[in-house]
Design a protein around this ligand. Structure first.
Ligand code: GDP
Length: 728
């Protein structure tokens, strides 16, 4: 039987019209895992008992212990629709926002998304986040309204009230879609029950219904209501099986790779679409050069490093020599695998339009473009919704493990690109920065369990950002030999431009002319837009000098000095954001020997450092949006927790006895929140957080925070002065 299934999967993947690559996205606890497992069981890919235990998508031991989905893992299933077989590749996505990076990556690999929403809770903050990520990647949504049994049995709504509630929920989702991407909304991406793009039901009790399903089964809305009311879930599950309603919807209304790539290529690739490779990707042409984007890397105890991703053109074959974006040497593909149910099976080759898992790409990282076409324009980098804002220092418990720890840290950062590993040269510590306390706890746990290195970690600390509030310069930076001088001005970068950079609209990857036009459209003057030489995070370096001899050959070293400061600003060595650096003049020695790295880098660096301190350098601190759902009786306890953490309440919405409090709280105040809110509300609240960006640190806190950061980093405790960097 298994052999037969393997053959079916192999045949289907060669016919992209009959393939659907999808993700299931949801707010935590809305039922994504239950739905995925029951879909797989319905397709005969895993046994129903296993599905009941929810073992599959959450195969990681830790995920089960914590009850949350962490890694994107992939499964596939075969479903029959209209007498034809289809292959559905399902990429699992985490529901916890601390792992939001995984959702973004998974969205790059798929073409459609099933958005799961709890009928009782309605849309939640993370529903919005994942929907926004899907639309940004041109991934088409359909809606599954889950836990309808609770509406009837717990909230005791009548049939009419149920219809009204479902209608309101659908309207709300459409409002979100319209707000996020009006163009797509108008082009038919709104969800519509009558059109068949909405299903509702109960993942737990294994039934679902949609308008097309009602026609197919002659079960009406009122029948569903009655069965449910009677508690006869079994009959419902027989008459309207969950997997049939949902998979029918996926196949009928979500695009095949052929249809999807036609539209998606221009959103995820900025090369020339009329070129051969551009056209091949638009058509998902399997007989063209390979283009494969890596969306996940994981360690397999047997196979080693496995890179998973999406093939946009050509075919992936065993033994193939490939180029990897940004890497000089070629990598040879070793094993090539597809997913069958939850297993990976080896095949000779896989054509365009599919998800593949390969070994042998030792130089690839998540986001790499893998191709057989030399010099291919890489895919757009995957942008993450949140940033690493919490850090812990990691130490090996046993000295002898130190070399192993270095290797393991390299591995985990490869597997999870939202994790940043740095070595603090002053203290020799390894620092691990992630998106939140929980994110880092999970990684630390993994290092010990999967990688077998015992470690100790310091309590988490917040990563701030340095930015300037005013203008300064020109400031002169002199090289140690005094033969080279750089004149630097700094000022805050326009917020609109900063935003465009963050969102990937403007980058150094863009053709120069296009970049210049976009910058000018956002109000930058022409000389500056022309002079952009480097963009580092949300900081820019602009060369506005004219006709200076040897400047071109020296520029790389100047930029190195600039980047060093942007990685760690002069005030506290925290990363910089929103700084515009202008080089307005330079004097260089005739002879290259006298303008080497040891001369140019410090001269450029110190000029930028001094200029920033003169321009009112300050700290920005990260904020989280915090949502707490709490019964009336515990409201006081919850609001006190928010206010005691410098939090600000933004909104309160009540439904029945439950109130949802939306607030914003500095990340630095959020440590230990899980335990505190539990005791403050007697364990009766539910909460979630979402990264919301940086805000200025209150003035009265700056001195203390800066001093303690400096002390921690082994810098002198007093606040630095411009004269520390440049001599008069
Ligand atoms: P995830 O966090 O989105 O993966 O959610 P899970 O699938 O783990 O489900 C969260 C909780 O809701 C679990 O206790 C499920 O048993 C429960 N659940 C899931 N679907 C339904 C449903 O249709 N009806 C009811 N009553 N409970 C459900």
């Amino acid at each position: 039987r298994r052999k037969k299934m393997v053959e079916r999967v192999k045949t289907l993947m060669r016919n992209p019209e009959n393939v659907r690559n999808i993700g299931i996205v949801a707010h935590i606890d809305h039922g994504k895992t239950t739905l995925s497992d029951n879909l797989l069981a319905g397709a005969g890919m895993i046994s129903t008992e296993l599905a009941g235990k929810q073992l599959f998508m959450d195969s990681d031991e830790e995920e089960q212990a914590r009850g949350i989905t962490i890694d994107s893992s992939n499964v596939s299933m075969v479903h029959e629709y209209d007498n034809e077989e289809y292959l559905i590749n399902l990429i699992d996505t985490p529901g916890h926002v601390d792992f939001g990076g995984d959702v973004t990556r998974a969205m790059r690999a798929v073409d459609g998304a099933v958005v799961v929403i709890d009928a009782v809770e309605g849309t939640m903050p993370q529903t919005e986040t994942v929907l926004r990520q899907a639309l940004k990647e041109h991934v088409k949504p359909v809606l599954f309204i889950n836990k309808v049994d609770r509406l009837i049995n717990e909230l005791q709504v009548d049939s009419q009230e149920m219809q009204i509630r479902l209608g309101k929920l659908i309207d709300h989702v459409n409002k979100l879609i319209k707000g996020m991407n009006e163009e797509k909304y108008k082009a038919g991406w709104k969800v519509d029950a009558a059109a068949g793009t909405v299903a509702f039901g109960s993942a737990l009790y294994n039934w679902a219904i949609s308008v097309p399903m009602m026609k197919k089964t002659s079960v009406s809305f009122n029948d569903v209501y009655e069965y449910c009311k009677e508690g006869d879930m079994k009959t419902l599950a027989e008459k309207c099986p969950l997997h049939e309603a949902v998979n029918d919807m996926v196949i009928r209304y979500l695009p095949s790779p052929i249809d999807a790539q036609e539209d998606r290529v221009s959103a995820i690739w900025h090369g020339d679409v009329s070129s051969e490779i551009g056209q091949a990707m638009k058509k998902a042409d399997a007989d063209a050069p390979l283009s494969f984007m890596v969306t996940d890397i994981s360690m397999d105890p047997h196979a080693g490093e496995v890179a998973t991703g999406r093939i946009f053109s050509g075919s992936l074959s065993r033994g193939m020599e490939t180029y990897i974006s940004g890497i000089a040497q070629k990598n040879r593909i070793q094993q090539v695998g597809v997913f069958m149910g939850p297993e990976r099976i080896e095949v000779e080759n896989i054509p365009a339009g599919n998800i593949a898992a390969v070994t042998g790409l030792k130089d690839a990282i998540v986001g790499s473009t893998v191709t057989t076409l030399e010099g291919m324009t890489p895919f757009e980098t995957i942008r993450h919704a949140s940033e690493p804002v919490v850090t812990v220092a990691v130490e090996a418990k046993h000295m002898r493990d130190l070399p192993k720890l270095v290797e393991v840290l390299r591995q985990v950062s490869k597997e999870d690109p939202t994790l940043q590993i740095t070595l603090n040269e002053e203290t020799g510590e390894h620092l691990m920065a992630g998106m939140g306390e929980l994110h880092l706890e999970v990684i630390a746990h993994r290092i010990q369990r999967d990688k077998g290195v015992e470690i100790s970690t310091t309590p988490p600390i917040v990563v701030y950002r340095e930015t300037i509030q005013g203008k300064a310069g020109p400031v002169e930076g002199k090289s140690p030999n005094r033969h080279n001088r750089f004149y630097i001005e700094v000022e805050p970068l326009d917020p609109e431009i900063r935003k465009a950079i963050k969102e990937g609209e403007i980058s150094m990857d863009l053709p120069e002319l296009e970049r210049r036009e976009k910058l000018m459209a956002l109000g930058m003057d022409k000389d500056e837009a022309k002079g952009i030489t480097e963009i580092y995070e949300s900081n820019v370096f602009i060369d506005v000098t004219k006709g200076i001899q040897h400047l071109n050959e020296t520029m790389e070293l100047i930029l190195e000095g600039f980047e060093e400061v942007m990685k760690g600003g002069p005030l506290s060595r925290e990363p910089c954001m929103g700084v515009k650096v202008r080089l307005v003049d330079a004097k260089l020695h005739e002879d290259a020997v006298h303008r080497g790295p040891a001369q140019v880098i410090p001269a450029a660096r110190q000029a930028v450092q001094a200029a920033m301190l003169m321009a009112n350098d300050t700290l920005m601190e990260p904020y989280q949006k915090l949502f707490i759902q709490v019964p009336q009786a515990q409201m006081g306890g919850a609001t006190k927790e928010i206010q005691g953490r410098r939090g600000v309440i933004l909104d309160m919405v009540s439904e029945g006895d439950m109130t949802t409090i939306s607030s914003k709280v500095p990340v630095s105040e959020m440590f230990g929140f899980a335990g505190d809110i539990r005791s403050a509300t007697e364990g009766r609240s539910m909460w979630s957080t979402e990264f919301m960006g940086f805000e200025p640190l209150p003035t009265n806190m700056i001195k203390d925070v800066v001093s303690s950061i400096r002390e921690r980093k082994g810098l002198k405790k007093e606040l630095p002065q411009p004269s520390d960097f440049i001599s008069a």
